[in-house]
Design a protein around this ligand. Structure first.
Ligand SMILES: C[S@@+](CC[C@H](N)C(=O)[O-])C[C@H]1O[C@@H](n2cnc3c(N)ncnc32)[C@H](O)[C@@H]1O
Length: 226
């Protein structure tokens, strides 16, 4: 948690109630130590989905399906949600929890393989992407995201502040966490300095980057010809 626990609890107390099914699933995840979006992130995600009104959401990192079900709850009836997960232990629960939810499709496999396939299939285009998977891979995923996110689409990346350690010098980070620290810094640097994304980083939950894609179409490149 980056913000003061006291303040976070107060803000959480203002969050609207979630349906019983989601409440039970959230409790199950907490009891079984499955990392799912926190209350503060739920409020932000709900706000972004209600204002952006996406029709095609892609989630990278399903876990047991909590955030996919939460996004189904916040989105309009004509919005479809595709969610990617590769770990069998999570998939067992995700399949069960998402069964009967016709607006949600579970894609089983490694995110990079699936993103690669989607980027070569013009029917797989999204106006909202929620990135909540292997933190060290985000920069690699961004190249595929550039192909499948439509112009004006929104990219929401969770856990970008690594419990606050992102702001520390790499020398004060435990050796085993240095690669992830370096890769997340590279990812945030790219998102905030590139031409094609406008990004704001918010200290919500474990830190979230909210980006809007100003896709540069091929026809927008101006080549100098002799
Ligand atoms: C933080 S959890 C997702 C939580 C979920 N979005 C929620 O809030 O309910 C991250 C998930 O990403 C999955 N994951 C990590 N690396 C992956 C990869 N390369 N391909 C697919 N899924 C991956 C993990 O197995 C884990 O279940």
């Amino acid at each position: 948690m980056i913000t003061d626990e006291h303040i976070e609890s107060y803000i959480n107390s203002l969050a609207p109630d979630i349906p019983k099914e989601l409440d039970n699933l959230e409790q199950w995840a907490l009891d079984n130590k499955v990392p799912i979006i926190r209350r503060s992130m739920q409020s932000l995600l709900s706000f972004l989905i209600k204002t952006h009104k996406p029709k095609n959401i892609l989630e990278i990192g399903t876990a047991i399906g909590f955030s996919a079900l939460f996004m189904e709850h916040c989105s309009q009836e004509d919005c479809r949600i595709t969610t990617i997960e590769k770990v069998e232990m999570r998939l067992v629960n995700a399949r069960k929890n998402l069964a009967g939810h016709s607006r949600i499709s579970l894609c089983e496999g490694d995110a990079e393989d699936i993103l690669n396939k989607f980027s070569n299939d013009h029917t797989k285009r999204y106006d909202f992407i929620f990135l909540d998977a292997a933190k060290g891979q985000y920069l690699k995923y961004l190249e595929y995201i550039r192909k499948i996110l439509i112009k004006g689409g929104m990219l929401v990346t969770d856990n970008v502040l690594l419990e606050g350690s992102i702001a520390e010098s790499k020398f004060s980070i435990e050796r085993r966490n240095r690669t992830i620290h370096m890769r997340m810094r590279e990812y945030l640097n790219e998102l905030t300095h590139c031409e094609d994304f406008d990004t704001v980083i918010l200290p919500v939950g474990d830190g979230v980057a909210v980006s809007v894609y100003n896709k540069i179409e091929d026809t927008e490149h101006h080549f100098v010809t002799n």
